[in-house]
Ligand binder design. Structure first.
Ligand code: ATP
Ligand code: MG
Length: 411
């Protein structure tokens, strides 16, 4: 009996973990055969398999009924998995149709393939991306905006096997933002048109009238013999000279003709040298990868000029700086302007909590209206740097047909 018990114990120790009820049987002194152990295990395995299937069914249902798009895709640009919401978002009738029809996500899904490169770069570097926004072609060629959260899944060697994540349709929000930008752009355009009109009026009308009055006074002075009256005419001519200068300055401040006629670099150089003369702050322009002949769309040149104008006015009014530097750089599809001073700086938190700051807000609005952005860095005693970035307008007209043609040509 003792030998038999030993054999049973050794058999048990060779088997995978015995089920719990088995030890109960043993302690109760009931003999348990090998066949019974296997049967119990088989039942347990079956139970586990069923639980697994139930869990799979549950998660499949969640994935299939989710409002968000869910996907797995390869770095090479194929979908491995997509749920119905993702297929609907892209205008396909089923995930299968989407997976079969789109074999090059970068070209056939992304409106701007460079955004896909950026997506891959971020995943390679950080392993995850959050709220990654990009414009997407639907099946019928229309465009929507989606926001993606994703992670990279790597093998044991660390190589990326695939990406997986969720996608949300944010087209409504993007269209609302675009509408707000268009509205703000129109307001700015209307304001600039009005400034241009008043500037021309001042220069051509008021300036001419003052010059005519001066010539009349001059003629009168020639005819007049009375010393007292000649002196008075002389005084009046000086007043008119001052008025002519002020009208010219006003006209130029309202709308510098150099900007329209010769472009941004020339207009900025002229404006900064004027500020150096007028205000005693050394103001310098450094154009990088840009020459005086480079021209940009008028609204972009105007936005850059106005931002520099407001920033330099702020330096003169608030910074007590000795110098201000303006650097303008064209780099790929982007135009960037930095305006930095060595003045008093200011506390950004105080400013954010404070009330209206129309100058800084105006600069930001001008940048955003053209799809750009504005950042401000400042701290007490450390000066201020304002940076405005603008996309240089590029052809927006890539259609799905062109995208598919380019994709098949490269395959
Ligand atoms: N370069 C700078 N150096 C120091 N302080 C600055 C500078 N630029 C802005 N500030 C601070 O930020 C505040 C907000 O600037 P903003 O241009 O918005 O308004 P403002 O110049 O006071 O008035 P305005 O609406 O006429 O432009 C200023 O009042 C000033 O305190
Ligand atoms: Mg200001």
């Amino acid at each position: 009996m003792r030998d038999r018990q030993r054999v049973q114990n050794s058999v048990r120790s060779q088997k995978v973990c015995a089920p719990r009820n088995q030890s109960r049987h043993k302690s109760a002194g009931i003999d348990v055969s090998l066949a019974e152990i296997t049967g119990n295990q088989a039942q347990e395995l079956l139970r586990q398999k069923e639980a697994l299937r139930a869990a799979e069914r549950k998660y499949r249902q969640i994935i299939e009924n989710a409002g968000e798009g869910i996907f797995q895709s390869t770095p090479e640009g194929c979908y491995l998995m997509a749920n119905p919401a993702l297929a609907r978002m892209h205008g396909f009738s089923s995930p299968g149709e989407l997976i079969r029809s789109r074999r090059d996500i970068s070209r056939e899904i992304y409106v701007e393939p460079a955004r896909r490169d950026e997506f891959k770069r971020l995943l390679e570097q950080h392993g995850v991306v959050r709220d990654f926004e990009h414009e997407t072609f639907r099946k019928d060629g229309s465009r929507i905006w989606i926001s993606v959260n994703a992670r990279a899944v790597r093998d044991e060697a660390g190589k990326i096997q695939y990406y997986e994540g969720t996608a949300q349709d944010i087209t409504k929000r993007k269209r609302a933002e675009e509408a707000a930008r268009t509205y703000s752009r129109r307001l700015i355009e209307a304001q600039e048109a009005e400034r241009r009109r008043i500037s021309r009026e001042l220069h051509d009308q008021v300036g001419q009238i003052l010059t005519a009055v001066k010539m009349n006074l001059h003629a009168l002075q020639q005819k007049c013999a009375a010393a007292e009256i000649v002196a008075s005419i002389e005084d009046n001519m000086k007043v008119i000279d001052e008025a002519v200068d002020q009208v010219r300055d006003l006209s130029v401040d309202l709308r510098p003709h150099l900007l329209d006629d010769f472009g941004l670099v020339v207009a900025l150089r002229w404006y900064l040298s004027l500020q150096t003369k007028r205000c005693g702050v050394l103001a310098e322009l450094t154009p990088e990868s840009l020459s005086e002949d480079d021209r940009f769309p008028s609204e972009l040149e105007t936005a850059c000029f106005r931002i520099v104008q407001e920033a330099v006015t702020n330096v003169v009014r608030h910074a007590k700086a000795s110098r201000v530097s303006v650097v303008i750089e064209r780099s790929g599809p982007q135009l960037t302007i930095w305006i930095s001073d060595d003045g008093a700086g200011f506390d950004m938190t105080v400013l954010r909590n404070g009330s209206a700051t129309l100058g800084l807000r105006g600069m930001e609005e001008r940048a955003q209206a053209l799809g750009g952005s504005l950042t401000i860095e400042s701290a007490p005693h450390l000066g201020t740097e304002i940076c405005a970035r603008f996309p240089i307008p590029y052809r927006q007209g890539r259609t799905l047909a062109e995208a598919l043609a380019a994709s098949s040509a490269s395959n």
